[in-house]
Ligand binder design. Structure first.
Ligand code: CP
Length: 303
């Protein structure tokens, strides 16, 4: 039995297989409509979500399965002091697979160590978000047709941005990928990420200048400054509008640059960009559901 806590638990061969299954689901959805008949997914969300929870639920329904769960910690026995380990042991008696989001880094790992069924990390604090990465990878695959030879800019909150950390882990395994980290100095990419890149000989640069970096990018991955990760409201207010992508700022961007954002968006991408053919963030939402379908099939070992 396998869980998915960190994207690096999937080999590049397994990722390619998931992408192939996802593309087949898009082409032939009826083929998959009963693959999970009689199976149940539990969504245990201790932190707010729109896309991840609802796409997991839609994914399971589209596979013919059923869904149970909760969408806030206060409606579960966590509010009475129950541990993550006990919650996981309990839910394993009701469901065949669990998707868990938790504000504490490592909580889904603890759940997986105590669960009799596979656990999927649906986002743990500022750490990892592997299924968002699956959505991002399918989007890049469909837009660019490759993962090699890409210059990828990450912009915004790179310190707490779990989607950023997971996508870097996935992309660094491909050939000649370069990263440009664009953030205010307070929200720089963590040292442990940079140390890994240096050790593995992967090229990256750090800057505060979005417009000055634009011309080089094949992909621009915008992120929200996350109010919920700040200890101090004043710092959040000072940093929240550090980067706002507007049509004017795209003046030097490549014609085929892809603009990604895991969403939710606050101010960091102007709605005036939504109709630009380079805007891919709502495509990511759709791709997220498809990749979660492929992942559920894999972890439940459904042929
Ligand atoms: N991208 C993402 O995780 O969105 P939600 O917080 O709405 O699930």
């Amino acid at each position: 039995m396998r869980s998915l806590i960190d994207i690096l638990e999937l080999s590049t061969t397994e990722l390619e297989k998931l992408l192939a299954v996802a593309c087949d689901i898009i082409e032939n959805p009826q083929k998959y409509a009963h693959k999970c008949d009689g199976k149940k997914l539990a969504t245990l969300f201790f932190e707010p979500s729109t896309r991840t929870r609802l796409s997991f639920e839609a994914a399971m329904y589209e596979l013919g399965g059923n869904v149970l769960g909760f969408s806030e910690a206060n409606s579960s026995s966590a509010a009475k002091g129950e541990s993550v380990a006990d919650t996981a042991k309990t839910v394993g008696c009701y469901a065949d697979i669990i998707a868990m989001r938790h504000p504490k880094e490592g909580a889904p790992l603890v759940a997986s160590m105590n669960s009799s069924v596979p656990v999927i990390n649906a986002g743990d604090g500022g750490h990892n978000h592997p299924t968002q990465t699956l959505a991002d990878l399918l989007t890049i695959h469909r837009e660019k047709g490759r993962f090699d030879n890409l210059t990828v800019g990450f912009c915004g909150d790179l310190k707490f941005g779990r989607t950023v950390h997971s996508l870097i882990s996935a992309l660094k395994r491909y050939k000649n990928v370069k990263f440009v980290f664009i953030s205010p100095s307070e929200l720089k990419i963590p040292d442990y990420v940079k140390e890994t890149l240096t050790k593995e000989g992967i090229k990256y640069t750090e800057t505060t200048d979005l417009e000055g970096s634009m011309a080089d990018l094949d992909i621009l991955y915008m992120t929200r400054v996350q109010r919920e990760r700040f200890f101090n409201e004043e710092d959040y207010l000072r940093l929240k509008d550090s980067y706002i992508l507007t049509p004017e700022k795209l003046a030097n961007a490549k014609e085929d640059m892809s603009i990604l954002h895991p969403l939710p968006r606050v101010n960091e991408i102007s709605v005036a960009i939504d109709n630009d053919p380079r805007a891919c963030y709502f495509k990511q939402v759709f791709n997220g559901k498809i990749m979660r379908m492929a992942l559920i099939l894999k972890l439940l070992e459904v042929e």
